[in-house]
Design a protein around this ligand. Structure first.
Ligand SMILES: *Cc1c(COP(=O)(O)O)cnc(C)c1O
Length: 230
């Protein structure tokens, strides 16, 4: 992907975010765009950083660690958003500022235990399976309050919010309904944990629906970097 394209894509995404925010009476300042750089090079990350992106999302640990290392000087904020195997939690706890894809108690406990004591608390979002598909990761909505309570009481973690990856749909109203489902769960969880401030939803194809439903953090890959490299 050419540098110019990444720059132009970022400008376009930010314009779309501000247009959608206006349309749904949201303050654009409360919507963060995370650039999802999985499969993209460290050079692409640096191009996006130079164009003003500060938050980067990665799914694959080994690949992410190389990029984090190469981009050390840039003061970027790294988010782990991929499925988490328990043997990977230490490296995640040591190298990321945020983890969005937590769907079970075991992972939560390990991250709390392994977050270095001298680091800021690890920001976490709990991933909810809002589509009810058995193959998708995410905790079921009925088990959510238990995991919220655990996340609150564990040390070295800061529970920030909820995350979901809705089943793909091309229909705006379906996308919006899925996002509203997560927004309702978020408001319920927030009643017990008022510090929660992050609704992590919205990707390249459902950005507007996510903003309409109250997203505060969009995870945008292809609309910024183009097709993935593999
Ligand atoms: C890949 C990925 C994204 C970005 O998807 P795009 O459709 O490329 O914007 C967002 N969230 C998660 C969890 C992903 O794995």
């Amino acid at each position: 992907m050419e540098k110019n394209n990444v720059n132009a894509n970022i400008t376009k995404v930010l314009e779309q975010v501000s247009t959608a925010a206006k349309k749904y009476q949201r303050d654009p300042a409360e919507i963060t765009v995370m650039a999802v750089s999985k499969t993209q090079t460290a050079e692409a990350v640096m191009t996006a950083a130079a164009a003003g992106m500060q938050h980067f999302g990665e799914n694959y640990l080994q690949e992410a660690l190389e990029k984090i290392h190469k981009c050390q000087e840039k003061n970027l904020i790294w988010h782990f958003i991929g499925p988490i195997q328990s043997n990977k939690t230490r490296a995640i706890a040591e190298n990321f500022a945020w983890v969005h894809s937590i769907d079970r108690a075991k992972i939560l406990r390990r991250l709390a235990e392994q977050r270095p004591v001298d680091a800021e608390p690890l920001n976490i979002c709990l991933q909810v399976n809002i589509s009810g598909e058995s193959t998708k990761s995410g905790i079921s909505p009925t088990q959510l309050s238990e995991l919220v309570a655990l996340a609150q009481e564990l040390p070295r973690l800061r529970l920030r919010g909820l995350m979901a990856i809705p089943a793909p749909s091309k229909e705006f109203e379906d996308q919006r309904a899925a996002c509203e489902t997560l927004a309702v769960l978020f408001r319920q969880a927030k009643a017990d944990s008022p510090q929660m401030d992050t609704l992590s939803m919205g990707m390249s194809a459902d950005m507007e629906a996510a903003i309409a439903a109250g997203s505060t953090m969009l995870r945008i890959g292809t609309a910024i970097f183009g097709q993935r490299q593999r």
